[in-house]
Design a protein around this ligand. Structure first.
Ligand code: CA
Length: 131
């Protein structure tokens, strides 16, 4: 079965770009444009990885990440946070809330695909993850 990725991003052109490229790599892609909607959806079903934008309507990416880490079902779920350039302190905070990785916009698609691959592999290893 193909790995399922949920993209939570409110910039539609970026969502479309990511969906296109991830589907081309064989991933099954779902999208959500709102943090609160993604939160609801993640309580119903858990994907294999989440690509999560920092600034979202409804609920911020950082708050959503914090909620995911607080629930046993999603504590280990790989999360790649998207942040805007130059938000150094925010990047640190992003990792502090439990994101596995972050990527700074604007980023290249191959870079994002490489991060997704790495994060997905990390989730499948037998070794316990650092938290
Ligand atoms: Ca955004």
């Amino acid at each position: 079965m193909n790995a399922r990725i949920l993209i939570v991003e409110d910039e539609e052109p970026l969502t479309m770009l990511l969906r296109y490229n991830l589907e081309a790599e064989g991933y099954e892609v779902e999208t959500s444009a709102r943090g609160d909607e993604a939160d609801t959806r993640l309580k119903e079903s858990t994907p294999d990885l989440v690509v999560l934008d920092w600034m979202l309507p409804g609920l911020s990416g950082i708050e959503l990440c914090r909620r995911l880490r607080a629930r046993p079902e999603t504590r280990q779920l790989p999360v790649i946070m998207l942040t805007a350039r130059g938000e150094e302190s925010e990047k640190v905070r992003g990792l502090a809330t439990g994101a596995d990785d972050y990527i700074v916009k604007p980023f290249s698609v191959p870079e994002l695909l490489a991060r997704v691959r790495t994060a997905g592999e990390g989730a499948c290893t037998a070794a316990p993850r650092q938290s």
